[in-house]
Ligand binder design. Sequence first.
Ligand code: AKG
Length: 262
Amino acid sequence: MSSPVTTNNVLDRSIFTTLSVEQQREYYSEYGFVLLPEVVSPVQITEIANEAAGSPRYDFIDRWPGPALEAIITNPKLLAALRLCYGEDIRFFKAVYEEWRDQTEDNRQRGRQRMHRDYTPIPKNGDYRNSCASWGNVGCYLIDLEVDEGPLWVVPGSHKIAWGAQGDSWEQFAGGARMVLAKAGDAVMFHNLTIHAGGIMRSGKPRPSVFPSFRPAWAAPLGTVPEWPKAIVDQASPALRRLLAGQNDGVRVDAYGIIQHH
Ligand SMILES: O=C(O)CCC(=O)C(=O)O
């Protein structure tokens, strides 16, 4: 697989538009992320905007969404890529709908968030959902990203950098970052160890997006996490229920590959 093509640090989106699912898996394995084109349809984008109106940010564990956002969890294009990368038996463990209306001054000055990995083995706030040894986050962007309007910055191949290499911060790897300019409806799947950062909107306009997270069934969180509410699981379609059940099941493997006993 050839290395990512860039112009002025911008990855060429067209390289992603013709990949087969197997090529998406190869790209993901090599670079730690892959853009999945046209995952959310224009009609769904409008429905999501209606559903989310008045709620600029929410975590699905606090508020289960309406049908348009729920449909993202079982989106066939997403699940095909996720299952090829993580195996047939996967769990949906988290999602956040986010419009990014409240940017910090720090982010505004830098033009983006701090470079980070989403994997958090020792959460300061007691939320263990991001602590699974293996998982993937999917950014579903509901507007076109531009160089000055919320680009996603990704460091290709950074999922291979050893845990512990960060010292105080992942910011030291920012020089290798490239911009991914997703179009409205595209999804970008990234590995839990891939270094990345969301870019700010220079215009100050909202940046609606949703971030569903999935893990292989074996990769349990390192501490207890909430199960999805029983009422939601009971009402779910069989395909969705399979993704929701058993949030604490699996093996606890830490950042160094050591099995932790419950
Ligand atoms: O918004 C994005 O494009 C990335 C967001 C992100 O990495 C985060 O909020 O942790």
